[in-house]
Structures are given as structure tokens and as C-alpha cells.
Write a protein that binds this ligand. Structure first.
Ligand SMILES: O=C(O)C1=C[C@@H](OP(=O)(O)O)[C@@H](O)[C@H](O)C1
Ligand SMILES: C=C(OP(=O)(O)O)C(=O)O
Length: 451
């Protein structure tokens, strides 16, 4: 959310019956950020269709304008992004406000690391708590200078320099860190190498190729990846079709899966294999999920997903799957609250440094709603009988976290008593229109205006 906004908007979710209908959720957030950043770094005009017009992506759009790109919404709803080529960013005349977006913050820190000026960054209270050393370390090794009053957090400034290529082994499996280094490499002579212990979402690599660049990717014996990029290649404008966001699709998917009698379709969902862990996991829990009409659009797999409601069972989710569904754990915790038996989810230490501490905030809210769970340093264990729904009846603090808000609204669709989230505005971050789309399927939400 833009850091200047004030006030809150509580939303309550009421118990509903079976969900039915066909919906399309908004565009993929990760791809939308990258289309704007790479389109704004290429020569020529890139037309982006299906872009997510959520607040996080709008922050990136404004930042790219400030850095010299032309970014305009067209009358047909597509976006036109005109860049000036690699190495041609211009100095912003104001502080870049990254709002609530870790992706915008980290990718753009990488992009400006090679620019011959200082870029100032700020964000909202959530973003100001998130760790940025994971970016300042590698871009610092390349030669950029990052200055922050607090050592490693926002607000901060990046002073760009002529960079040197590095070989960098990621200490955490993070697509944001990988992407920041690749964006710093765009205008860096020589070969920059990123080694990732586990493959993370590869939209940056795919989209760089889509813009005509060569990216070399090697898979090592342990399943990790080595990505090599030769800097100062030309990027050429290329149209981008953004599919619907699988991370957003997870909310209606879980709502349908935990509501017997439901039968819904979510169309045109991005099915990148490094993003689809939630659907595999829901299936492992016994959900009926059919992937229909699988096709490739603009180099990314896309499908329609049919979800039928039924009974779920508790499972142990393989920790190595976490990276392919990292943003889906809050809503998976909700699915587990309705599954028969115990669901064990581990390997989730990264959840503690998202928009909120998603393990702690979810555990607290679930307990307030009558769900039995045990918080671990790196995960959550949830116990449920499956047959008696949790009581609900609580108001949950969303802590500036869109996925917390949407998860508890889905929980409230099946609890005995309504569940209220203290501020529904945060959903604008990634899923504008969430309450309307869910209502189209049969959800019952009430909203109030509050100060
Ligand atoms: O690269 C991206 O677009 C993203 C990567 C993930 O973060 P990490 O790289 O920190 O795992 C994810 O949580 C975020 O929502 C989007
Ligand atoms: C973690 C998320 O996003 P970001 O890191 O971009 O704030 C998310 O969308 O769940």
C-alpha cells in the first residue's frame, strides 16, 4: 500500500454454502513487475497485456517512469512501456516509494546499482522492517554503495557505479535476490554468475530471453541452478502476455476445496512449474483439482483449473516444495484447518520476513478462531478433526499483509461465526477486486468504513 495512506477498512466473512462459477483472477504479480522493469530497460515499445493493476505493481510503474521509461495505460487496457535501452536510466527527481512491495524494492535496487547517480528508496511500515542486506551485499560486492540509517533496512539509498561481475551463491533460495543480481548485471561488462541452491521462480530468466538476451542456465547435480549472464547485451522490446496469478488463484481454490459441493473454474492461470506447488499439495491432501486446456502463452505454461469441494486430509508437506509455493502458505494453513488429521509444514523460515511474520500472525489468528496449531521456528503444525468447523468469531490484525487478510476471509467462509479482518484495503496490493470475485462465486462479505 502506498506509504502515505491512513485509515482502515474492516471486512467480515460469513459462513457460506457451495461455491460455483467461473472466474479469472488478476495478472501475475511477479511477471507484471518484470515486464515493466525489462520493458523499461529495452529499446522500443513493449505492450503488456493482462498486467496486474495492484498497488505493488503500480509502485514499479511509477519508479520506471522516474527512471526515464514511458509507461502508459492504453485505451484497450494494455500497457505500453517504452525504454531507452540498457545503461540509459535517468536520475529520479524524487524518492522512489516502493509501498508494500518487497519485489519492487529489491529488483529496482539491483536495476539502479549500475546507474551513474544515487536513487533514494522508501516504503510503508511493513517494507521498512524487511531485510535488504540480501541485496546490498551482492550489489555492494559488484561495486554499488548502499546507505541506510539502520544498516540494512529501508529507507535507503543506492549509489550506482560501474560494476564488476561476480559469482554469487545465494544464501537463501530467493527469486528476488537472483533477479536483483541479474538486473545489476544488465549493464555490467563480463559474465555475472548466480548459483541458487534450489530453483526459484525463473520469470526473470524467461523474460530476459523473451527480450532477446542470452541467459545460460545449468542444473547442478544437487538440483540447484547456475545462471550466467553476459552484461551489456541489448534488450529489444517484445510484447508480454501476463497470465492470471497462481498465488491469487490459490484463495478461491482453497475456498472451493474446503466447501463440499463446490465446483469452480479459474481460467488462464500461470502454471510455471516453479510456482505450482500449492496445487500439488492440495491434491496430496485429497482435493479434486483438474488442470484443463494446458497451453503455452508467451513462453509460460497456462491452464484453466477446476476445483471441486470435498474432504481434505492432513499431510506432511515436503519442505523442499516450499520455494514453489512460498506465498501460498497462509492460505494452505487455512486448508489445513479444515483437513482431517495433522498437517505439518516446515522449511518456512522465509515466511518470517515477508510483509508480516506470516508464521506468527497466522498462528495467532488461527488460535483466536479456535484452530489448534503449534508454531515452530520454521513452520506450523495444524491439528483438525475435519468434521467440526473452527468457531471463528474473532477479529484478526492483518499487519499490512494482503495474504493474511485474504486467508482469514476464506477461513470465515467456513467457520461457525464470522471472521473479521481489521483492514481489507491491504488486498489492493496483489488482488484488487478480491471481495467482488469471491462474492460472484457465492462468498458473503460485509465491509464497513472506519477511521
Ligand atoms: O521474485 C518474485 O517475484 C517473488 C519472489 C518471492 O520472494 P523471495 O524471493 O523473497 O522468496 C515471493 O515471496 C514474492 O512474492 C515474489
Ligand atoms: C511476499 C510477497 O510479496 P513481496 O515480497 O513482493 O512484498 C507476496 O506477495 O506474498
Amino acid at each position: 500500500m502506498n506509504s502515505q495512506k491512513s485509515g482502515t477498512r474492516p471486512v467480515s466473512s460469513h459462513r457460506t454454502g457451495p461455491l460455483t462459477g467461473t472466474i479469472t483472477v488478476p495478472g501475475d504479480k511477479s511477471m507484471s513487475h518484470r515486464a515493466l522493469i525489462l520493458g523499461g530497460s529495452a529499446t522500443g515499445t513493449t505492450r503488456v497485456t493482462g498486467i496486474l493493476e495492484g498497488e505493488d505493481v503500480l509502485c514499479t510503474a511509477e519508479a520506471m517512469r522516474q527512471l526515464g521509461a514511458r509507461v502508459e495505460k492504453q485505451p484497450d487496457g494494455s500497457w505500453a512501456v517504452t525504454g531507452r535501452g540498457v545503461g540509459a536510466l535517468t536520475e529520479p527527481d524524487r524518492v522512489l516509494d516502493m509501498g508494500n512491495s518487497g519485489t519492487a524494492a529489491r529488483l529496482l535496487m539491483g536495476l539502479v546499482a549500475s546507474a551513474p547517480f544515487t536513487t533514494f528508496f522508501c516504503g510503508d511500515a511493513s517494507l521498512h522492517k524487511r531485510p535488504m542486506r540480501r541485496i546490498s551485499d551482492p550489489i555492494g560486492q559488484m561495486g554499488a554503495v548502499v546507505t541506510s540509517r539502520s544498516g540494512d533496512r529501508f529507507p535507503l539509498a543506492v549509489t550506482g557505479r560501474d560494476l564488476m561481475p561476480i559469482r554469487y551463491e545465494l544464501p537463501v533460495a530467493s527469486a528476488q535476490v537472483k533477479s536483483a543480481i541479474l538486473l545489476a548485471a544488465l549493464n555490467t561488462p563480463g559474465t555475472t554468475t548466480v548459483v541458487e541452491p534450489k530453483p526459484s521462480r525463473d520469470h526473470t530468466e524467461n523474460m530476459l530471453r523473451h527480450f532477446g538476451a542470452r541467459v545460460e542456465v545449468e542444473t547442478d547435480t544437487g538440483g540447484g541452478r547456475i545462471i550466467r549472464y553476459d552484461g551489456q547485451q541489448e534488450l529489444t522490446a517484445a510484447d508480454v502476455i501476463v497470465p492470471a496469478d497462481p498465488s491469487s488463484a490459490a484463495f478461491p481454490a482453497v475456498a472451493a476445496a474446503i466447501t463440499p459441493g463446490s465446483d469452480i473454474r479459474i481460467t488462464n492461470v500461470g502454471m510455471n512449474p516453479l510456482r505450482d506447488g500449492i496445487f500439488t499439495t492440495l491434491r496430496d491432501m485429497g482435493a479434486t483439482i483438474d488442470i484443463e486446456n494446458l497451453r503455452t502463452e508467451a513462453g509460460e505454461p497456462v491452464a484453466d483449473i477446476r476445483i471441486q469441494g470435498g474432504t481434505l486430509k492432513g499431510i506432511e508437506v515436503p519442505p523442499e516444495r516450499a520455494v514453489s509455493m512460498i506465498d501460498e502458505y497462509p492460505i494452505l494453513f487455512v486448508a489445513a484447518a479444515f483437513a482431517e488429521g495433522t498437517t505439518i509444514m516446515r522449511g518456512l523460515e522465509e515466511l518470517r520476513v515477508k510483509e508480516s511474520d506470516r508464521i506468527a500472525v497466522m498462528a495467532e489468528g488461527l488460535k483466536a478462531c479456535g484452530v489448534t496449531c503449534e508454531e515452530l521456528e520454521d513452520g506450523l503444525i495444524i491439528h483438525s478433526s475435519g468434521s467440526t468447523p473452527p468457531q471463528g468469531g474473532a477479529t484478526v490484525a492483518t499487519e499490512l499483509d494482503h495474504r493474511i487478510a485474504m486467508s482469514f476471509l476464506v477461513l470465515g467462509m467456513r467457520t461457525e461465526h464470522p471472521v473479521t479482518v481489521d483492514d481489507g484495503r491491504v488486498m489492493e496490493t496483489s488482488f484488487p477486486g478480491f471481495t467482488r470475485l469471491m462474492t460472484d462465486l457465492g462468498a458473503k462479505f460485509t465491509e464497513e468504513q472506519a477511521g
